[in-house]
Design a protein around this ligand. Structure first.
Ligand code: DAK
Length: 258
């Protein structure tokens, strides 16, 4: 499949997707988001793909939704087209892990896109923000909800109401990103993490992902009960026998996804 706004390559079970609209700092327009959904469909259907890395350029992960595309839209058009709704749901429902590797600006829809991924690795140059207030609007792909869950009410409220950006050190301190790496090591570090995930049991990976996601959607008691059930169910798979036998025999496991 070929794309105009993405560069997609797969190596050793990991698909690396690069947002590629450099002239607009990777601003998210309808074409880019529909190509991203198509690339996710391809990756979901391919059993050889076990993990994804989503990245941008050194200068920008994505500087937000494309303001030039959005500026003249009417309420009726936004509502009727369910603007960005389908693309956001496609990412939310993607079952394999996606790591966001963020350098430069991750603003507005770009920050929201990074937060839709399963975790974020940032480079030292990363800058996160929800500056929609400066345009007289509000975040529209979950920013008010997800940023608040990541960094707490006070910091989220300040960032969303003032449009202030957060640098990578602050983003790590406040729990928005899992870690910060040198600018020239970003892709290498993200690919190393993704390759590690790609070597695990794909069944166990999906169940672990679902369990961590459930922590945001359920009560503690319900989440813990779900975890116990899924833990039990993992004993139905050959991969559990293989993982534990490999430990006992002091060898590397060979997970088959069965
Ligand atoms: N959209 C379109 N073009 C953009 C852009 C954007 N978000 N950000 C940058 N560009 C373009 C610039 O217009 C410029 O293009 P030319 O003028 O050269 O043609 C080029 O990228 C380079 O940008 P600058 O010249 O501005 O570069 P600087 O280094 O000076 O500044 C900057 C970089 C990132 C600080 C600045 O470009 C900037 O402030 N950009 C806008 C950031 C922003 O406001 N982002 C939030 C956008 S609003 C919804 C879903 C989602 C959303 C809304 C609704 N629904 C589901 C309903 C999301 C909304 C947003 O994300």
């Amino acid at each position: 499949m070929s794309y105009e706004t993405l560069i997609v390559e797969t190596t050793d079970g990991v698909t690396l997707i690069r947002l590629n609209r450099p002239q607009a700092l990777n601003a998210l327009n309808s074409q880019l988001l529909s190509e991203l959904s198509a690339a996710l469909d391809v990756a979901e259907a391919d059993a050889a793909v076990r993990c994804l890395v989503l990245t941008g350029s050194d200068r920008a992960f994505a500087a937000g939704a494309d303001i030039k595309e959005m500026s003249t839209k009417t309420y009726a058009q936004m509502f009727e087209q369910d603007f960005f709704g389908a693309s956001a749901r496609r990412i939310e429902q993607f079952r394999k892990p996606i790591i966001a590797a963020v350098s430069g600006y991750a603003l507005g829809g770009g920050c929201e896109l990074a937060m839709l991924c399963d975790f974020i690795i940032a480079s030292e140059s990363a800058k996160f923000g929800q500056p929609e207030i400066n345009l007289g609007v509000a975040p529209g792909i979950g920013g008010t909800q997800r940023l608040t869950r990541f960094v707490g009410k006070s910091k989220a409220m300040e960032m969303i109401l003032t449009g202030r950006m957060m640098d990578s050190a602050e983003a790590e301190r406040s729990g928005l990103v899992s870690r910060v790496v040198a600018n020239d090591k970003l892709i290498e570090e993200a690919m190393t993490a993704a390759t590690k995930i790609a070597g695990q049991s794909p069944l166990a990976v999906k169940m672990n992902k679902e369990l961590v996601e459930a922590a945001y959607e359920t009560t503690l008691a319900t989440g813990v009960a779900l975890e116990r059930r899924l833990f039990h169910s993992l004993f139905a798979f050959d991969d559990q026998k293989e993982g534990m036998a490999a430990f006992i025999e002091k060898r590397k496991p060979d997970f088959k996804g069965s």
